[in-house]
Design a protein around this ligand. Structure first.
Ligand SMILES: Cc1cc2nc3c(=O)[nH]c(=O)nc-3n(C[C@H](O)[C@H](O)[C@H](O)COP(=O)(O)O)c2cc1C
Length: 173
């Protein structure tokens, strides 16, 4: 598999095995996050690894579609520090997801719709912001296959064709 294949093949995983993420795998995932590029290389982010079951359960109150976190042994919350950009946070998320997939670990980004609950549960300081987390774990392949069949009725499948997405030189081009 080339990097290009990995990019095209990356899919979200929402059903996980119960076993915890190993320490070397977690270290590799966090290293992929650490090496993400950011505007002016300021690296205005922090990562909160949540593997305490009670803490993880509390975090599920912060989002509307938190099943992946319920199912996963671990989540990583992405904290944007003052002056940081959402663009950079998105790049960190993608590095975590691609880095994890490369070592056989599944991920799903989740939105923390209630900023206040996330702030309170995770103890985020006033000046920082946490809107997204990533569920992390080893895929339960059978459950995932079945779940995706059901998901087909609720989420779009695949991706839009390029001719819907790409313009040449100007909007109507
Ligand atoms: C910014 C963002 C927020 C997301 N939030 C959630 C979420 O709260 N819960 C969830 O189950 N999936 C969430 N997802 C996952 C998307 O539903 C998923 O990326 C999309 O359906 C494509 O899935 P696929 O790559 O497996 O085809 C989120 C994805 C992104 C990029």
């Amino acid at each position: 598999m080339t990097t290009y294949d990995d990019i095209l093949g990356l899919r979200t995983v929402r059903r996980f095995q119960k076993r915890p993420v190993s320490a070397p795998d977690l270290a590799a995932i966090l290293e992929a996050a650490r090496w993400t590029g950011s505007a002016k290389n300021r690296q205005l982010w922090s990562f909160i690894v949540i593997d305490d079951p009670e803490q993880k359960a509390a975090l599920t109150g912060a989002g509307s579609f938190m099943t992946p976190v319920v199912n996963a042994p671990m989540a990583i919350a992405l904290v944007r520090l003052p002056g940081g950009y959402d663009f950079d946070t998105g790049r960190v998320a993608q590095n975590i997801m691609l880095g994890a997939a490369a070592i056989g670990v599944g991920t799903c980004p989740v939105t923390l719709h209630s900023e206040e609950v996330a702030r309170q549960v995770l103890g985020i300081p006033d000046e920082a912001f946490c809107r997204y987390a990533i569920a992390v774990g080893y895929e339960n392949k059978d459950a995932e296959r079945e779940g995706r069949q059901v998901q087909r009725s609720t989420l779009p499948v695949g991706r839009k064709p390029l001719d819907e997405l790409v313009h040449r030189n100007r909007w109507n081009g």
